[in-house]
Design a protein around this ligand. Structure first.
Ligand code: BG6
Length: 467
């Protein structure tokens, strides 16, 4: 170990980065549209500078060079996702599209050739729009079963090489974006539907975990997990009504996925509230047994910002029907540190709090920090003479977060890795390319990719297994 290492990490620690199919590949030769493809075609003005998913970072065409660049900055593991809309020709039978199959085979093989562990996610907000139109998307248990079919196909096709699988990325964001707060198509506001979708996504994840556990891949030591955005919820004060509000936020936005994924059951306090309010999901005893018996092997935690809550200050407006907001108001901590570009609070200590929550309340299940990142607008202004971006602010951000992770690990948190968002600047949904997150910059006009200062930093961190 180098002499200047203050924070040493456990052996075989994952130093990697995460991205997704829809945010990198571009739509080249893709047979079907997902909800974002469709939304962009219909309403391009909803996307920053009207930049859509058509080209993104051109990974479909440049995956070989891109993976070489990821290797060159020392990443030992990378998460991306398989697009349902690219791999599958017929959603009802999960018949495969040959071009899609060839592409994902090539990508996986290229990662392995580069010595990078591919972590493959099955869903990153990219529901086929056809399944929304035909069945109501995640509102429907038919779609749950079609997703299981797709997942099984992926295990059969790639399970000989992919050893780390993820069922969903941030399923709560689907609930929030599509059914509560209108930032994902179809931008519905319907609390009751949101609750059913929340349940169906849990059911889908458990069914996929169950299917995976029956595969050869699992027999040979392959693992499956789920990636959750565990944004801790801090009360404004220790006053009883603030604490109660924050507790509800924890229940609805975190435990609603964390508890079923790890404990195999839903939080009783959440179920009681939803039942009392007449919005509880429809579930069968068989489904609840599936959820109980198919918990994940490991957990991915995405963390960007904390959430703060306070007791409601004005009566809840019932005119839109039931909403979780009936039980809390968001609270902005005066004077808190902010990332002004994304409008997110910066609070590194939350990493430690998350780790202790997993340790103390979730059996210290094996987990990794699957996303953490700093989106910055206008990074061109930090370009140095050699053409690289001096993103020291990103290095500082990561070091601060990692120091809290290190403290947690030294107190026996069972964390096996750190993935930054993201290896190469990528398309951020409706924010498009406004805020850049990558270790590697993309010039959108030329698609020229250049390693940033943080890319050289992570290379050194990975080599030294610390900093
Ligand atoms: C996570 C998602 O929520 O945050 C990514 O998994 C996303 O898909 C990332 O890109 C950064 O957020 P945003 O909204 O700035 O793209």
């Amino acid at each position: 170990m180098g002499v200047n290492i203050k924070y040493n990490f456990p052996a075989n620690f994952w130093w990697g980065a995460a991205t997704s199919g829809p945010q990198t590949e571009g739509r080249f030769y893709k047979r079907h549209d997902n909800v974002f493809d469709y939304w962009f075609d219909k309403e391009p003005q909803a996307f920053f500078n009207q930049v859509g998913p058509n080209v993104t970072s051109n990974f479909f065409n440049s995956y070989k060079e891109d993976i070489q660049m990821m290797k060159s900055i020392g990443l030992n593991s990378v998460r991306t996702s398989i697009q349902w809309t690219r791999l599958i020709k017929d959603f009802e039978t999960a018949q495969v599209d040959e071009d899609g199959l060839e592409f994902y085979n090539n990508v996986i093989n290229e990662f392995l050739k580069a010595g990078i562990i591919p972590v493959i996610n099955l869903h990153h907000f990219d529901l086929p729009v056809e399944l929304y139109d035909k069945y109501g998307g995640w509102e429907s248990k038919k779609v749950v079963d079609l997703f299981v079919l797709f997942a099984k196909k992926c295990f059969a096709l790639f399970g000989d090489r992919v050893k780390h699988w993820i069922t969903f990325n941030e399923p709560m964001v689907i609930v929030e974006g599509e059914y509560l707060y209108q930032f994902h198509y179809p931008k519905i506001v319907d609390g009751k539907k949101a609750v059913q979708v929340l349940y169906n996504l849990n059911l889908a994840s458990a069914k996929v975990v169950g299917a995976f556990h029956k595969t050869k891949c699992a027999e040979n030591g392959g693992k499956i997990g789920v990636v959750l955005n565990l944004t801790p919820s801090y009360p404004r004060s220790q006053a009883e009504n603030d604490v109660k509000a924050a507790n509800f936020v924890e229940d609805f936005f975190n435990r609603s996925f964390l508890d079923p994924a790890i404990k195999g059951e839903f939080s009783h306090t959440l179920v009681n509230v939803l039942k009392r309010d007449g919005v509880l999901w429809e579930a069968t005893p068989e489904e609840l047994t599936i959820i109980r018996n198919n918990t994940v092997d490991f957990l991915g935690v995405n963390y960007y910002q904390p959430r703060r809550a306070k007791a409601k200050e004005a009566p809840f407006d019932e005119s839109k029907g039931w909403m979780p907001d009936k039980y809390f108001d968001d609270y902005k901590l005066p004077g808190c540190r902010m990332n002004p570009y994304r409008g997110w609070e910066i609070y590194p200590q939350a990493i430690y709090d998350i780790a202790m929550n997993i340790k103390n309340n979730y059996g210290n299940i094996s987990w990794y920090l699957s996303e953490n990142g700093m989106g910055v607008e206008g990074e061109e202004k930090y370009v140095q003479k050699d053409g690289s971006i001096d993103d020291q602010y990103r290095i500082d951000f990561y070091e601060e977060h990692l120091s809290w992770l290190h403290k947690a690990i030294s107190e026996k948190a069972n964390c096996f890795g750190f993935h930054a968002w993201t290896p190469i600047d990528c398309w951020s949904w409706s924010n498009a390319y406004k805020n850049r997150y990558g270790y590697i910059a993309v010039d959108l006009a030329t698609q020229i990719k250049t390693i940033k200062k943080s890319g050289y930093w992570i290379k050194k961190v990975a080599q030294q297994n610390g900093f």
